[in-house]
Design a protein around this ligand. Structure first.
Ligand SMILES: *Cc1c(COP(=O)(O)O)cnc(C)c1O
Length: 371
């Protein structure tokens, strides 16, 4: 691809000296598991998010799953999740032993639709997982109202929204706990799998430190069953370096999004640009997602690839129609907005190092692809 969807090499070239030194320090000490940088990163990330605690784990999926386990969400419980998200949002619920109940999304922001969530509440509803999708906060005012009314635990899926701000506060501080992913392509990405739970709840944080380490805080003492899901020291060292540059990188993403917004103005009748909700104070553009009507998306995607533009689709199949959830018996039409989004959305290249000229090149290729 001439212009890829994401270019992780560009960021490494900028931060190489700092990152190489950080990794070398861990290699020199050899404290690969729960070493020095793990605690340092947890403290720094908690300060960044604005929570009292952060517990590093092996992935974003585990962050969500362990947050649920730690909060006592499990077998017999229903958990509301948006039908349009990466499947990990639902799998985390299933792995915790609870049942995901899908909810349609708002057609403008693609985040969980609070009215649909309200209609999906049953006496078994225990929790809700708003996903701050593509870098934009979900409608948390409505979700908080719903949670208050039905006593639902809020676990934020903040895997795509490190640093995003809702007018009520920063993403990750708005529920009982939040799950972050540091998968390499995320706004804050490690060089392997990594994740974290952020929370103000000290008892939960202590519990999670046990759960991630086979249910143990004292070697060979296991008062409960946990698992092996630790953030490893090398990843924490990389994340500590990258965290220092995150605000800057997010600001550059917003600049790139602004260029796209301006340059796509002339195609506005055919290309719907991302809509920033009135509840959003700071969008962090994990992805720049446009919408194409009239059934042209797949053709445009194909033509962009042929032109060397790494466009993508997030996500081509809504979760309720995935084979993984076939046993729930959902049919096409059950969640029409999520299904329409799956047919019509298109992610254009988005990363902090993109230049104005590259954005112009993408827009020209998009115009040509539209015919
Ligand atoms: C990436 C992602 C996850 C899962 O994170 P991993 O670190 O890959 O396990 C969960 N939810 C959403 C919305 C994501 O984008």
């Amino acid at each position: 691809m001439t212009i890829p969807l994401v270019d992780l090499g560009a960021q490494y070239r900028d931060l190489r000296v700092e990152i190489d030194a950080a990794i070398a320090a861990v290699l020199g000490r050899g404290d690969f598991i729960l070493g020095r940088e793990v605690g340092a990163f947890e403290a720094a990330f908690a300060a960044f998010v604005g929570t009292r605690h952060c517990v590093g784990v092996a992935s974003g999926t585990d962050a969500l799953r362990l947050a649920m386990v730690g909060l006592g969400v499990g077998p017999g419980d229903e958990v509301l999740v948006p039908a349009n998200s990466f499947i990990a949002t639902a799998l985390a619920v299933s792995e915790a032993g609870a049942t995901p109940v899908f909810v349609d999304v708002d057609p403008k922001t693609y985040t969980i639709d609070a009215d649909c969530a309200r209609r999906a509440v049953t006496p078994r509803s225990r929790a809700v997982v708003p996903v701050h999708l593509y870098g934009q906060p979900a409608d948390m005012e409505e979700i908080l109202a719903l949670s208050g009314k039905h006593n639902l635990i809020i676990i934020e899926d903040a895997a795509q929204a490190h640093g995003a701000v809702h007018h009520l506060g920063r993403v990750g501080t708005l529920g009982a706990a939040s799950g972050f992913s540091f998968y390499p392509g995320k706004n804050l990405g490690a060089y392997g799998d990594a994740g974290a739970v952020a929370t103000d709840d000290e008892a939960l944080a202590d519990h999670l430190r046990k759960l991630r380490n086979w249910g143990s805080t004292v070697k060979y003492e296991h008062p409960e069953r946990g698992c092996n899901s630790r953030l490893d020291t090398i990843q924490a060292a990389v994340l500590l370096v990258k965290l220092r540059h995150l605000e800057d990188a997010n600001a550059r993403r917003r600049t790139v999004a602004g260029w796209y917004d301006d340059m796509l103005e002339s195609l506005a009748d055919r290309v719907q640009r991302p809509i920033v909700a009135d509840w959003t104070r700071e969008h962090v553009y994990h992805l720049y997602v446009v919408r194409l009507r009239d059934g042209v998306r797949d053709m445009v995607l194909h033509r962009l690839h042929a032109a060397g533009i790494g466009a993508g689709v997030h996500y081509p199949t809504p979760i309720h129609l995935q084979g993984a959830y076939a046993a729930m018996g959902h049919r096409p039409g059950d969640y029409p907005e999520a299904e329409a989004a799956a047919r019509e959305v298109l992610s254009l290249p988005m990363y902090p190092e993109l230049t104005r000229d590259q954005v112009a090149q993408v827009v020209r290729a998009l115009e040509a692809a539209l015919g």
